[in-house]
Design a protein around this ligand. Structure first.
Ligand SMILES: [Zn+2]
Length: 278
């Protein structure tokens, strides 16, 4: 089943059998770690996670060849504001940070790709987007897309709709990250459709802008969503669908299968290199 899903990936056609085998192994490891809760426990200790990842960063470098990279973050607690600034400056030394619109123009070939370019996004509904991330982004003139889980907005510990309107007024973009943040792959057709349609409608009603871009919770194909969900997104009026597959993207790749690289601001640059590399 995993092999079937992997084979259906739009950018997977040129993968060798060996690579597919490695991907299947990675998917199996990912599932097992999810079961054991190890991934979430490490995520709760991002400095430690960053140090563990950093050793693997020795074998990687930040990109130098032309490619679109879409790093993304979740929460940016105040103690990590300087770390976020350091990440973004390191990427800006390599290539420009572009908006989601421009990233889609790179994929469609209407905007030339002459080196590494970066398109930043944030997931869920964290109040620190407004309090911590936005000031850093404005200072460094970095555009960003915020993928909002609409059902989390207004809940304790999350953003309010007014927070979202303030971010929008500051020039940032919004997309949908479902209503409930449940794994799409676990939902029947009707429930999955509601995640796309109702989040889009509510965010549009509250913010007064059209919502055209979507990011899948957890984001890994074959584990977290399937071809069905990409189809529902298209039918619901979305023009892009973001995943958490990581390789660089190039003109001709599908906007309905955007690759993104999940980062935590607490990580050293050596750990960033394990996610964002040629
Ligand atoms: Zn999420």
């Amino acid at each position: 089943m995993v092999g079937e899903s992997r084979g259906a990936l739009p950018h997977g056609r040129d993968l060798s059998d060996k690579r597919e085998g490695a991907d299947r192994m990675q998917t199996a490891i990912r599932r097992r770690l999810n079961e054991l809760g190890l991934r979430s426990r490490l995520r709760a200790r991002p400095r430690l996670q960053g140090r563990i990842l950093a050793s693997a960063g020795l074998r990687r470098r930040l990109p130098s060849a032309p490619g679109l990279y879409c790093p993304f973050y979740h929460d940016v607690p105040p103690e990590y504001a300087n770390d976020l600034r350091r990440h973004l400056r390191a990427l800006q030394r390599i290539g420009p940070m572009i908006s989601w619109d421009d990233a889609l123009a790179v994929l469609s070939g209407t905007k030339p790709l002459t080196g590494p370019v970066f398109c930043l996004s944030f997931d869920d509904a964290h109040p620190t987007w407004l309090e911590v991330a936005a000031p850093v982004l404005l200072e460094l003139k970095v555009p960003a897309m915020f993928f909002l889980t609409s059902g989390m907005v207004g809940q304790p510990g999350n953003m309010t709709w007014q927070d979202c309107r303030d971010l929008l007024a500051a020039g940032f973009d919004f997309g949908s990250h479902t209503v409930t943040h449940h794994r799409l792959a676990d939902q029947d057709d009707a429930a999955a459709t509601r995640e796309f349609v109702e989040s889009k409608r509510e965010i549009e009603d509250e913010l007064g802008v059209e919502i055209k871009d979507f990011a899948a919770p957890y984001g890994h194909p074959a584990v977290d969503f399937g071809d069905r969900d990409v189809g529902i997104a298209r039918d619901a009026g979305y023009r892009s669908f973001a995943t958490t597959l990581r390789p660089a993207m190039h003109p001709g790749h599908s906007a309905m299968f955007i690759h993104r690289q999940g980062l935590h601001p607490a990580w050293p640059i050596m750990a960033v290199r394990t996610r964002v590399h040629d």
